[in-house]
Every structure is written in structure tokens, then in C-alpha cells.
Design a protein around this ligand. Structure first.
Ligand code: ZN
Length: 160
């Protein structure tokens, strides 16, 4: 059994750049959509997980990224410098300076949809894995634009 969550409000608009990825190296943005599937057995209430419990978690993640510039903290090809209220990013012959409050720094190597889905899946696993023994796996899809999506599938380590 699985549940699938694809709410319109589970979306965010954000800017990013991808180093050594052609035109994507320029600062640009997407409208991202997050879909979640959760597989497992039914609990005593007859649900895998209460939609009212999981939906705010997904919404909070989306809100934390919405209208931000997403920066990959672990991107080794860039030099990140924090100067007061600003973040400076240097790579190749480029220099970006952003207001710190307009950015979100994620512990990922690059801001591809693959890594964004993996990041979000990790958060959901942390939130749900320990307390929901009936959950067997999680899947998080992050879509950019109309027809491109990456999906992370994570088997729950809390179960056998
Ligand atoms: Zn992009």
C-alpha cells in the first residue's frame, strides 16, 4: 500500500545556478513542485500516515525554499564567503553577491533536482522514520518546469 501526495501548495519558486552545466551556470529560476509517496502497512487507524501530519511538513520545507536563492554549501568548485549580511560566491571568472537573508544554504553538492529531492527525502525520513514503524519507504519527486523531475527513493532504515 502507498499514499501519494501532490498538492498544489507543495511548490516553491527559487533561483539557483549549476556550475559547469552550460547555460544553467547563469543565475536563473524555476517553479518547483514536490510530490511525495509513502509506502508501508496500515496502522491501527487504517492509514499509513495521517495526511494532516505529513502535509504541513512538506509545506514547511517548500516555504523554507520559496522565493530564495538556493546555494549548495558543499559545492567544492565555488568559494563561499560570508561577510556580514552578504554571501559572496566565486567560481571561474564569476562573482555573485547575495543578501544572506534572501538565500538558503543547503548541505548538498549542487542544486540539481536530483539533489534537492534527496535533501527533502532525507528531512522526511528524519521526521517520520523513527516514529512510524509501519513506513517501509519514502519517495520524493522534485519537478522543475513542466516535464523534468528527479525522484529519490529511500527505504526506511527503522524497519525490517
Ligand atoms: Zn535550473
Amino acid at each position: 500500500m502507498k499514499i501519494r501526495i501532490f498538492k498544489e501548495e507543495h511548490s516553491f519558486a527559487a533561483s539557483h545556478f549549476l556550475i559547469e552545466m552550460g547555460k544553467c551556470e547563469r543565475l536563473h529560476g524555476h517553479n518547483y513542485t514536490v510530490t511525495v509517496e509513502i509506502g508501508g502497512s496500515l496502522n491501527s487507524n487504517g492509514v499509513i500516515v495521517d495526511f494532516n501530519e505529513i502535509n504541513p511538513v512538506i509545506k514547511n520545507i517548500c516555504d523554507s525554499l520559496d522565493h530564495k536563492t538556493i546555494i549548495a554549501e558543499k559545492e567544492k568548485r565555488q568559494k563561499l564567503t560570508f561577510d556580514g549580511a552578504e554571501i559572496e560566491i566565486l567560481f571561474k571568472n564569476k562573482r555573485f553577491v547575495f543578501p544572506k537573508e534572501d538565500c538558503v544554504l543547503l548541505p548538498i553538492e549542487s542544486t540539481t533536482v536530483e539533489r534537492l529531492s534527496s535533501y527533502i527525502c532525507g528531512i522526511l525520513e528524519k521526521k517520520l522514520g523513527a516514529t512510524h514503524q509501519n513506513i517501509e519507504w519514502l519517495e520524493v519527486g522534485v519537478r522543475e518546469g513542466a516535464a523534468q523531475m528527479a525522484i529519490t527513493h529511500l527505504s526506511s532504515t527503522g524497519n525490517d
